[in-house]
Design a protein around this ligand. Sequence first.
Ligand code: ZN
Length: 260
Amino acid sequence: MPELPDLEIYKENLKSKILNKKIIGASVLKPQVLKQLSASNFNRKTVGKTVKNIERQGKFLVFNFSSKEKMVIHLMLYGQLQWVKTTEKKSADACLILEFKDNSLRFVDGTAWMKVTFDSKEIDKVGLEPLSVEFTKEKLQKILKKKRLGNVKERLVDQKLIAGIGNAYVDEILWKARIHPARVASLLKNNEIKSLYQAIPKILREAVGEVRKRLKGEVSGEPRDFLAIHRKKECPQCGAKIKRIELNKKGTYFCPSCQK
Ligand SMILES: [Zn+2]
């Protein structure tokens, strides 16, 4: 699943391709991806309109239309956006298409789990943005101490608390902060919260730069080769063998010697 750095670059690259360009056609091939939205309404809300701005909120992409309406997209596990020549053959996995003058934006998902809606209440539930000025040590502390029980990994990937961190980047962040993923969040010490507070934006900002280099203007892809710990074999810090455990039913990677 794409996480904050991936989505941040999709946003950047989409903006350079579609902003202020007129949508001349729309197709709904798999209507099940539309939520609270009929195919005819999707067409009516998009055709003849332009996208004025694109934002990322947590793991959502938000297209702000000239009509003042907002289209909210969640790619879920397998969804992808593809920017192609309109004449290019459609894959059987295409769910939605927005057609521009020569190119089209295709919403592709073999599982059709991606979600597209014009109902913006979905984004009202998104938690604190870790790269915004609102992200303070005090707020992070509050999030960690919110419940007495529950591990720190679980707390950091809760989209209603902090936005955009998923299973890959949480491993990187906890490794950077030298905290074991299964530690009880509410019992972290002050200096550990401080390390975590520094690691979160550092890891995410660096990743945004790495993803930008690798996607080269594309609007899909999840480059992970530059990560230090997630799905890796050896800790780049100490050389120890990286351990994989199941935590909250998700594969979790950590260094048993660096992370306590
Ligand atoms: Zn290590």
